[in-house]
Ligand binder design. Structure first.
Ligand SMILES: [Zn+2]
Ligand SMILES: [Zn+2]
Length: 257
């Protein structure tokens, strides 16, 4: 039955929600909570014929109808409640960085779905992520997870090089250049990287090729613009949109000291 594969992208986020709800969740609670963290759009919002339900809700219900969690061995379903089991906790743990990366960067729903599907499908191949923001946010992780740090730094260096060769290293939204504003001594080569689309690499795959492809999915932005882009969480502003705002309103006044 080809239908079965359809809700696989909900597995990791659902396990995550079970975990934060003390290990258990009902389908009725799972639907709005998944909706909240995944922000479905497009086809998944279509109301199904003769039902008071959209496709997204139906996908969540299919987790039970298709015994998805039991089949994978990640959770059990009794008396209307899903409960995460040890194998599910281990699976969640293995993929926690990927999930955090996908949810924290506010990727669009189609990108989120596509990449969660990849994670489910490629289970046997170890997926590596590049996200310096994840490391900054999680502080101590830098010590434990040197690997993520090294990878992210490689992407960062590659992207800095790439964008510097195209001219100055400026914010893609407002044109701010840290070196010009703060001086070379402290501002040189500083910029944040906004991830437009998720970037994965499989362990053992060619890193140089991955970086070559990946560089088009990150953009240099200043810290202020980066915060503005992500201000409303799962509905990030498009960079072109923010650039238009800056064009219309971007007057600032340096008079603090
Ligand atoms: Zn900016
Ligand atoms: Zn960003």
């Amino acid at each position: 039955m080809e239908k079965r594969i359809q809700e696989n992208e909900l597995v990791l986020p659902s396990l995550f929600l079970m975990e934060i709800n003390d290990g258990h969740i009902t389908t009725e609670k799972l639907i709005p909570q998944l909706r909240e963290i995944m922000r479905p759009s497009g086809e998944d919002l279509e109301i199904l014929n003769s039902r008071n339900d959209d496709k997204f809700s139906q996908k969540v219900r299919n987790l039970k109808a298709h015994n998805t969690f039991e089949r994978l061995g990640y959770a059990e379903y009794t008396d209307g409640v899903f409960s995460i089991v040890l194998k599910g906790q281990e699976y969640l743990e293995q993929n926690r960085d990927i999930l955090t990366y996908l949810l924290n960067n506010d990727f669009s729903y189609p990108d989120l779905i596509k990449n969660l599907k990849i994670v489910e499908k490629e289970k046997k191949r170890e997926i590596q992520i590049f996200d310096e923001n994840l490391i900054i946010q999680e502080g101590m992780k830098i010590i434990v997870e040197r690997e993520v740090y090294i990878r992210s730094k490689k992407l960062r260096d590659y992207a800095l090089d790439f964008y510097q060769n195209q001219g100055k290293l400026c914010c893609s939204c407002c044109g701010f250049n840290f070196s010009d504003f703060y001086g070379k001594e402290i501002g040189d080569e500083f910029i944040e990287m906004h991830h437009i689309r998720p970037i994965f690499q499989y362990k053992g795959d060619n890193l140089v090729q991955t970086l070559k492809d990946a560089v088009h999915n990150v953009a240099p932005v200043c810290s202020n613009c980066h915060r503005m882009i992500h201000r409303h969480g799962r509905q990030p502003l498009q960079m072109e949109e923010l650039a238009q705002y800056v064009k219309r309103n971007g007057i600032f006044n340096i008079s603090a000291y």
